[in-house]
Ligand binder design. Structure first.
Ligand SMILES: Cc1cc2nc3c(=O)[nH]c(=O)nc-3n(C[C@H](O)[C@H](O)[C@H](O)COP(=O)(O)O)c2cc1C
Length: 197
């Protein structure tokens, strides 16, 4: 599958089968994150891969899921992530910023996971204090966000946005993600001139 095809296919996944994420894939993902573009090539990012069965519930407890879906958006027992990658910004290397670097690394990791059959949910809504404690993260590292991972146990589809950006689940449990149409956000040469119809 081409990169473009993977990008079209990619959707956030919030329900997972309980098969483990292969450790080689986790390593490959972090390598893809490491090689992402970095402002000034400072490379302030560090990564904590979590798949220890004792730690998984503690990391899960620090994550907040699918605000638009209410309690049903949070994965139930038996459908929770089987691994996480925590993205850190080392403040000894870069005293502020670095968020673009983290975003670029995240997307690289998400696409490599998908190529390996693993779905993901990027989570920035976190109890960071709990993560510092549970994972022993030093204070000079800012916790940017967490990538929750597992083999997908749900179907999620993009659809053209009509009147709301709120994602929703239908009666079959399919997750729908409204996306603004290309014509409404793309300009050609001068703002307001159409790139596509
Ligand atoms: C910076 C960022 C933070 C996010 N934080 C959360 C989060 O805390 N919890 C969650 O369930 N989803 C989170 N998401 C996932 C978004 O809800 C999701 O990307 C959005 O609904 C679009 O769906 P899609 O990824 O399938 O295109 C986050 C995504 C991004 C980019």
């Amino acid at each position: 599958m081409s990169v473009y095809e993977l990008i079209l296919k990619r959707r956030t996944i919030r329900r997972f089968k309980q098969d483990p994420v292969p450790e080689e894939l986790l390593v490959r993902m972090v390598d893809a994150g490491r090689l992402a573009p970095s402002g000034g090539n400072l490379q302030p990012l560090e990564f904590v891969v979590v798949n220890d069965p004792e730690l998984l519930p503690q990391v899960f407890a620090a994550t907040r899921w699918a605000a638009y879906l209410g309690p049903e958006g949070t994965p139930a027992e038996g459908e929770r992530p089987t691994a996480y990658i925590v993205v850190l910004i080392n403040r000894n290397i870069r005293p502020d910023g670095g968020y673009h670097d983290a975003g670029a690394a995240m997307e690289n990791m998400i696409l490599v996971a998908l190529e390996g059959g693993v779905g993901s949910c990027w989570i920035a809504s976190l109890d960071r204090n709990a993560l510092y404690r549970v994972l022993g993260i030093p204070q000079h590292c800012e916790i940017d966000s967490v990538l929750a991972l597992g083999v997908p146990a749900e179907t999620a589809v993009a659809e053209p946005m009509r009147d709301s950006i709120r994602y929703y689940r239908d009666e079959q449990g399919v997750h729908h993600v409204p996306k603004r149409p290309l014509a409404s956000i793309a300009h050609h040469n001068r703002y307001g001139q159409k790139l596509v119809d």
